[in-house]
Design a protein around this ligand. Structure first.
Ligand code: M6R
Length: 362
């Protein structure tokens, strides 16, 4: 059942192009779902996205899609906090619950909380028979197939693709997104499987760069804009399976405290795709380099990132992609980094210590 892979995590990372291709279909089901979508959801002024762990980071990544393509304001909440926040649910709000298992206790409690208030609820879930799929007003399947590795990989990219599709379907239904842009985004989604394949074909390079982490005990991940939630996800993945301490930061927040951590023993992964924000991210990376931090720069343009040919800076070359493609492409590299870092430390990548695949108690 490993299909020639050494671990489920590796197999699941490599399944992502096929899953993304499949998710580009199902037009009839989307038509049906959108026709059945409660009016209160389409007209919601605000959506609270509620989730835990990697699913929470999928929600954070999707926030800008709902804002720019559907014109809906979004807050993304940790389910474990949200469920105890009196007054968090107001009239005119809808709840969007993201979960691979569909059984996570805190997310399910948040969903029930919304249902009790009579507000519309949508669950974006991978397990179609799960409690969340049954109890939400509408369930949207992420179709990643069963995920065995405790570290969520293919479920995350499937959540992203589903959330992007949901954002553009909502936007075209509520009149925020015009047909030209809807078609452009669908075309970009069609290109994603090949972009992810390109990252996977460079796995040997990612593996050898990762081996340079040596026996470091702590790492940082930094990014701006859509790369900020990816930095958080990269850090979660690394600590979860390799047990290397890792933190993710918004690049602009570095000088508000975290930069004090930087010294020659601190590897820093910088997510630096060529976007209008690159110049800002590069200047943050310069500040890290000036304090002897060891830079690992993920970029499609090392010249624009400002470190071309510089000694001591490691590059992980990424394919050029559009803004909406970045999360899919960059997270695949981050997944491979944690996988190889964990193997270098002989960790059990599929069953990391102290963790369960589904967290059904608080
Ligand atoms: O099943 P869920 O998506 O609700 O699970 C949420 C988290 O427990 C899960 O994403 C966890 O953070 C992963 N193990 C991370 O890889």
């Amino acid at each position: 059942c490993l299909n020639g892979h050494d671990h489920f995590m590796h197999k699941e990372i490599h399944e992502q192009p096929a899953i993304l291709s499949d998710l580009n279909g199902h037009d009839d089901q989307w038509c049906q779902m959108m026709a059945q979508m409660p009016d209160a959801m389409v007209k919601a002024q605000h959506i609270s996205v509620v989730a835990c762990g990697t699913s929470y980071y999928a929600g954070m990544t999707a926030r800008s899609w709902f804002e720019k393509y559907a014109g809906i304001s979004i807050s993304v909440e940790f389910a474990s906090e949200f469920r105890y926040r009196a007054g968090a649910i107001r009239p005119g709000r809808a709840g969007l619950f993201i979960s691979q298992s569909g059984e996570t206790a805190d997310t399910l409690a948040g969903l029930r909380h919304f249902n009790n208030h009579g507000c519309p609820t949508i669950a974006v879930v991978n397990v179609p028979t799960s409690a969340m799929a049954r109890e939400a007003e509408m369930a949207v399947p992420t179709r990643a197939g069963s995920e065995i590795g405790v570290a969520s990989t293919k479920a995350f990219t499937a959540q992203l693709a589903t959330l992007l599709r949901l954002a553009i379907e909502l936007g075209s239904r509520n009149g925020t997104l015009d047909t030209k842009n809807y078609r452009r985004i669908r075309r970009e989604m069609e290109e994603m499987p090949n972009l992810v394949r390109e990252v996977l074909s460079n796995e040997h390079i990612i593996k050898s760069v990762t081996s340079l982490l040596g026996d470091c005990t702590s790492t940082l991940f930094v990014g701006r804009g859509d790369c900020y939630p990816l930095a958080l996800e990269g850090a979660l993945k690394l600590k979860e399976i390799s047990y290397i301490h890792a933190e993710g930061f918004a690049a602009g927040e570095l000088k508000h405290g975290p930069i004090a951590l930087i010294d020659e023993n601190m590897p820093v992964f910088v997510l630096a795709p060529d976007t209008p924000l690159l110049v800002k991210t590069s200047s943050n990376a310069r500040e890290i380099a000036a304090r002897n931090g060891k830079l690992f720069v993920l970029t499609d343009d090392d010249e624009a990132a400002g470190f071309k040919g510089e000694k001591g800076v490691e590059f992980i070359k990424m394919p050029p992609c559009t803004e909406d493609q970045i999360p899919f492409v960059y997270v695949t590299a981050l997944q491979l980094i944690s996988y190889h870092a964990a193997l270098d430390r002989s960790a059990d990548v599929d069953r990391p210590r102290n963790l369960a695949k589904s967290v059904t108690v608080e």
